[in-house]
Design a protein around this ligand. Sequence first.
Ligand code: ARG
Length: 484
Amino acid sequence: MARIAGDEEETTVSDGGKPMRLWGGRFESGPADALARLSVSVHFDWRLVPYDLMASRAHARVLNRAGLLTDEELERMIGALDDLETACKTGEFRPTVADEDVHTALERGLLERLGSLGGKLRAGRSRNDQIATDLRLYLRDHVRTIISRLVELETALMAQAATHADTAAPGMTHLQHAQPVSFGHQLLAHVHAFARDIDRLIDWDKRAAISPLGSGALAGSSLPLDPVVVAEELGFSAAAPNSMDAVADRDFAAEFLFDAAMIGVHLSRLGEEIVLWASQEFRWIEMDDAYSTGSSIMPQKKNPDVAELARGKSGRLIGNLMSMLTVLKGLPLTYNRDLQEDKEPVFDTVDTLLLVLPAVAGLVSTMRVNTARMSATASDGFALATDLAELLVRKGVAFRDAHEAVGHLVVYCQVNDVDLGEVSDEDLAKVSPHLTPDVRDVLNVPGALAARKAHGGTAPDRVRDQIAALREAVDAQAAWASGS
Ligand code: ARG
């Protein structure tokens, strides 16, 4: 499919120009100012220009095939649409507040170029199928860009994971030391989450790849147009099988917003971890100067603002999903003007992701890991207690008894302020007859990591296997996004 994403920029709407309406025929008076102000969407839907023009070119061709535009008219029409596109890009053609929406503004531009011929393009088409088509085209294009940015984040996390497959870290549950893990394993946990997010978007694209164009206002057109040909020309996989559904639903937008909200939640959790890791209490990582900020009053501060904004901006990603669902809920079929509210949440979500993802990828790829400190604390908090209990199980002790014996040993250590490995043979035996001197063999962190070597475990060798498998999956995701 055609890629455009990245070209558009913010629009400022000039306030000149005559009022331009596509529906003036039956009205005696113009709209009240308050209505016009409420109604206008061109200041935010202007970014749909390239998609609207793409759909217009496809529509012009279909009108020509149906005998409703001569070859010569088609040529002039396409020439004017191309010229209009250039004029929009250079800023020479701009919307005015008198243009209700992007469709109105572009029809004005076409009329300026073609005179009455410009008015022929509207045949068999309504803004209702146009806007549904434009938004799908816009989103399918931008989803590919979002995936490319996610792939960069996955790649940054995987590079750190490869460097730190053998770095032991305190693995946590309830934010308490639980069992030692490979820090690489922990980083890859985030990669798997983002990889699923990408898979969700790729799956979303199947349902988004349906063309509403040809549905007209709601019932299809009595003109001999071919929606199937238009769909193909616009890179869709099929034309909508039901014109009412095609103009009425925005589930494709809501589904995209869910996928994006989920990405936001994953970014937020990663952000929260990075905030903790960078704190004085953890000191697991040092952020690069380029990806941290200072304080205006405290000269010593180095703040994790990137991670915090990743966490904070998930709020609007979730909010945008809620807005969309709330707008859709209870709307009777088919098009209702409420649906104009679909665009701002979608645009805000796209903008937010494209802003946050590169910053988080940069933060991750440049952070320095304090391996000495991280590994030194990996067994703190009696984190090898499970290894001890599992050793007893391998020696035939029931896990219930093993758990209790090691529990007593932990209490002994706490009372006497010693570590699990520092208890004498005698005292071990006093705590429990199961605790023979060889239990100390499992009380080392590298051994504990290596022992968790079953599929999905934290053993450094398994971490390296995971990286190899993920690299293939991520390459496939990157290829999908770039259309190759
Ligand atoms: N600006 C409108 C929107 O975003 C376009 C469709 C308007 N259709 C209508 N019947 N008023 O939804």
